[in-house]
Design a protein around this ligand. Sequence first.
Ligand code: CTP
Ligand code: MN
Ligand code: MN
Ligand code: MN
Length: 439
Amino acid sequence: ESQDSGKKEAIVKEYACMRKTPLKSKNPDIVSALETLSENAFFHDDEARRLAFQKAAGVIKSLNFKIKNINQVKGLHDVGKHSLEVIKDIIEEGSSIEVENIINDPWFHQMKAFQSIYGVGPSKAKKWIAQNVFTIDDLIERTDLHSSFDHRMELGISFYKDLNTQVTKQHALAIKNLIQQHLEEILPGCILVLAGGFRRGKASGHDADILLTHPIEGKEIGLLPKLLNLLSDSGLVLHGTMETGHNNPQTIMKDKGKPLASNVDHFDKWIGIMKIDKNLKDLDSSDNENDLIQLEQNSLTETSIETKKGRLSKKRSFVQTLDNNEDFARDTKKKLASNSKMSFEQLLALSSKDKQWVARRVDIIVVPVSQFFYALVGWTGNKWFNRSLRLYSQRVLGLKLTSHGLFDLNRGTSLPANSEHQVFDNLKLEYIEPTDRNC
Ligand code: CTP
Ligand code: MN
Ligand code: MN
Ligand code: MN
């Protein structure tokens, strides 16, 4: 840290994906103020402002010194006039009136609270506030509103307490291992990685994002319905939506524009809520990264690898894939849907009785190993880091980056990657550690 910090101006790289952004900022008050402004703009449907403040917050998060003088941040990339004023107020007065006003505005708090309900977005939150609904309990008591709730909201409201208690990393790893144990019965040798915020170094989060692959390409086909069927039979599934059947890189390349245009990926995935035993402990405390190294080596040697179950050939011709039965997938979807036919009243009763389990948001994403490291970058995030990577890729390289790969849409080609390092190499970017992707 420099002593003469009042004179020196920091240099900030243009794209957030070129900067190291650790979890803990040296300027937490400023970051939190700018993010409050961003969130408030989001609540007011002002996307441009939301982005402007978010970008400014991102730049400040990447600074490796404590701002003591406004001159240190003047002229910094993406720190606009408005953000500068806010920063100046905080440095010189200790706070910004504009930000204080938002923080003291009950509307902002109600929006935050409603927004944090599973299945609820800003427009619904706004409607409720306009109808004089202020608390979660109001939502339960105001039976006149109940007909406007969809099933996700009913779950979000009933299990508000469970779902809005942060998942610890230890619990998330335990959930990962629980899923792994079930997988061993279906397809041994799968590799699971806890991605999302935990991989970026967060100690807790709102869900467990679990990436699932198998070192032999093709083995993962048809896996998700089988897994969900088993988890459901074990009484571990409260609710969820399963997407299957469009997990195909060929379609993705051929169909230029469309699927690639959106930032949503096309992997088989389950987005849902699991019932997790309160006392579930992570017996095998092994973290992710060992499996990842194994996977990198696997892809690099191209021959064969040691898995937990022994030596397996990687050659596609030897692959004994699971029965990719579309009927089975459809039946499983039906079965899962019937699980979630519970009425709002039943859900409320279920959530309020003494139970041994806690409702936990879990995302399970099934990825073919050839696309794994792109998916890993995408599902590690954070959201703003991804946004920056994709913009950079488009504008600087003229390539389309998604969680499936890095594509040259004109030539119809893509660049493979056998590690996260290789993803960054392909992007001609300096490697950024997951813990430095907290933009
Ligand atoms: N993501 C994605 N596609 C989705 C949902 C999420 O690619 N349909 C990405 C997000 O951009 C993010 C990562 O997956 O980078 C994890 O998303 P999420 O769980 O929403 O956020 P976290 O960063 O994990 O934060 P939290 O700890 O609150 O869960
Ligand atoms: Mn929400
Ligand atoms: Mn997450
Ligand atoms: Mn998630």
